[in-house]
Design a protein around this ligand. Structure first.
Ligand SMILES: [Zn+2]
Ligand SMILES: [Zn+2]
Length: 73
């Protein structure tokens, strides 16, 4: 099972989501089967971006997930 890298953990931390919650949100068994960068696609690194490049998927997914500020009424 792939472990989230430091950057992914930091992104989740700032979004206020635990690694366990992030894993549960994407995978039924609650284990992380995605890539180290935090993308639920386990081949993200090398396909969506280079190993040394920042993942654009994770911030996009996190933004998606946050409630839009000021809305909801
Ligand atoms: Zn990705
Ligand atoms: Zn990625």
């Amino acid at each position: 099972m792939t472990k989230l890298n430091a950057r992914a953990r930091e992104e989740l931390h700032w979004a206020g989501i635990s690694q366990a919650a992030w894993a549960r949100q994407h995978f039924q068994d609650g284990h992380w089967h995605g890539d180290a960068c935090g993308c639920p696609d386990d081949r993200c690194v090398g396909h969506h971006h280079d190993e040394n490049d920042d993942c654009q998927c994770l911030p996009a997914l996190l933004t998606d997930r946050l409630p839009t500020s000021g809305g909801g009424r």
